[in-house]
Design a protein around this ligand. Structure first.
Ligand code: ADP
Length: 219
């Protein structure tokens, strides 16, 4: 299968880290920045790099932007520039356009333009870190909706040696353990007889309220 091709506009802290990670994951990345020095620093790490102004429609056309599967506008501070680049990416026909927003209003404007996914890196990371700080065994989580989430958490000492049957999360807390990451490997859809070991990572799904209750009692 043809690998997905990404174009990242703006190679600041966010854009460059995103571009490098995509490269690490094995995808092709074109990085665009108007700052020559920035492009020079990144050129050896990305598939292609170009010094260009992303608000120049002709330049984007000449780079064949429309052939990319996904375009990411990673311009932060200049809202006007970010919006112009997002319009041009959307109009060029790039399949999926993602853009970074620095404020709620900036995000709303990007959504109105039809940007497929608006991200707020600073806000989202702040929220994530706050959760991790107040819940020591919480590693990460995904919001499925306002009320439901998938949470990755460390198995604590008080769960050590217990089977999932003994823990009985479904009946006691209304949450399900959907995977276990143990030293011996990952168990997807573990059975009632699987044994938990302190330090393992468990992935649970449930309502926010029930997961909070579970986390509060098993620390
Ligand atoms: P971060 O907060 O992620 O570091 P910045 O806003 O500091 O983001 O960086 C954005 C990058 O986008 C900078 O490297 C800047 O040169 C680049 N940039 C800004 N405007 C344009 C533009 N019109 N075309 C291409 N690159 C741009």
């Amino acid at each position: 299968m043809k690998p997905k091709q990404f174009v990242v506009i703006g190679l600041g802290r966010f854009g460059s880290s995103l571009a490098l990670e995509l490269m690490d994951l094995g995808y092709e990345v074109l990085g665009i920045d108007r700052d020559e020095e920035v492009v020079e620093d990144m050129s050896e790490f990305l598939t292609h790099t170009v010094v260009a102004d992303a608000t120049d429609e002709e330049v984007l056309k000449s780079l064949g932007i429309r052939n990319f599967d996904c375009g990411i506008v990673a311009i932060g501070d200049e809202i006007q520039t970010s919006i112009l680049a997002a319009i041009l990416l959307k109009e060029s026909g790039v399949a999926t356009v993602v853009a970074k927003a620095i404020s709620v209003l900036h995000g709303r404007a990007l959504e109105k333009l039809g940007v497929d996914r608006v991200i707020f890196p600073e806000r989202d990371m702040g929220i994530r870190v706050a959760h991790q700080l107040v819940t020591p065994n919480l590693l990460d989580y995904i919001e499925l909706s306002k009320d439901y989430r998938i949470v990755e958490m460390t198995v604590t000492d008080c769960m050590d040696g217990k089977t999932l049957n003994e823990l009985n999360t479904r009946v006691r807390y209304g949450i399900s353990v959907v995977a276990l990451n143990q030293r011996s490997g990952v168990i997807v859809a573990p059975t009632a007889m699987d044994i938990l070991r302190a330090g393992d990572i468990m992935v649970v799904i449930g309502s926010k309220e029930n997961i909070d209750r579970f986390e509060g009692e098993v620390v």
